[in-house]
Design a protein around this ligand. Structure first.
Ligand SMILES: [Fe+2]
Ligand SMILES: [Fe+2]
Length: 270
């Protein structure tokens, strides 16, 4: 009963954040920050899920997520950091991959900045080559999303956490479309004028660098800690097996590469 009441309160707080007028937002945010202090990521996810089930559109929820994430940033970050797992744990693998993805998102952003200053394909040749490499890299990240979707999400759903995986899956679909778009345009530069190229490529890169970075932040700080709390210990062994079966990206974290070289992962499979 107490938990029920707490969840209702949490939902009210989320609604207030959502409905606050711009002039009230700062005050409501302050109040919410105090309230969220003792809220764990799983409770937050379940409260969001109930709001969706009660009629809040998923799109609106995503917007709302950004607001309460901002409010909870510090607290969530501290909690996520406190979660210490061995490098072989599926969550560690995903987080290590995120670090590599984020590094390349930064590179993508910087490259776009340089291309914007160039006036022709000739002057931007080096940067276009970098974009080609990066577009391959981002296509490679699909395995990462696939492992999240096929190994972790179904288990969360089986534990009743249904909505958050849906939100993340929708993001993955959007990212895939943008990544394909990026590859398409950078591999076919001879077919367009430089100005047209820039006009097309800039919004794709701007979308990816912003949204994928946010997506990763939410996974590292909310989804993964919540998944860790939700799944039973033995389930993580199964998740890892499924990870191995799906396979890894070409930029597998160093620890995993070492293991593959020594054949540890293979031995485990047998
Ligand atoms: Fe994801
Ligand atoms: Fe991810």
């Amino acid at each position: 009963m107490e938990q029920r009441e707490k969840r209702e309160e949490l939902k009210q707080m989320l609604k207030r954040l959502h409905e606050a007028k711009p002039e009230e937002l700062a005050t409501v945010k302050k109040e919410a920050a105090k309230y969220f202090k003792d809220t764990d990521p799983k409770e937050l996810a379940l409260a969001e899920q109930e709001l969706i089930q009660e009629g809040t559109k998923r799109e609106e929820m995503k917007r709302l997520c950004d607001v309460h994430l901002e409010v909870m940033k510090e607290q969530l970050g501290a909690k996520a950091k406190a979660l210490k797992l061995p490098p072989s744990h599926p969550i560690s693998i995903c987080k290590d991959e995120h670090t590599i993805i984020k590094r390349n998102l930064k590179k993508l952003k910087n490259t776009l900045g340089k291309i914007k200053k160039a006036t022709s394909f000739d002057k931007a040749k080096h940067q276009i080559d970098t974009l080609k490499e990066l577009s391959h890299f981002f296509m490679e990240t699909e395995k990462h999303h696939q492992r999240e979707e096929e190994a972790i999400f179904p288990r969360l759903e089986a534990h009743g956490v249904v909505e958050p995986p849906q939100i993340f899956k929708e993001d993955h679909v959007e990212f895939m479309a943008k990544k394909k778009g990026l590859k398409e345009i950078v591999m076919n530069t001879e077919q367009v004028e430089f100005s047209k190229f820039l006009e097309t490529v800039a919004p794709i890169i701007e979308f990816l660098t912003k949204k994928l970075e946010e997506h990763i932040y939410k996974e590292d700080n909310i989804l993964y800690p919540m998944a860790y709390e939700t799944l039973e210990k033995g389930e993580w062994v199964e998740v890892r097996k499924k990870f191995d079966a799906i396979g890894y990206c070409c930029f597998a974290p160093a620890d995993l590469k070492k293991k593959n070289k020594k054949g540890v992962t293979k031995k485990r499979k047998r």
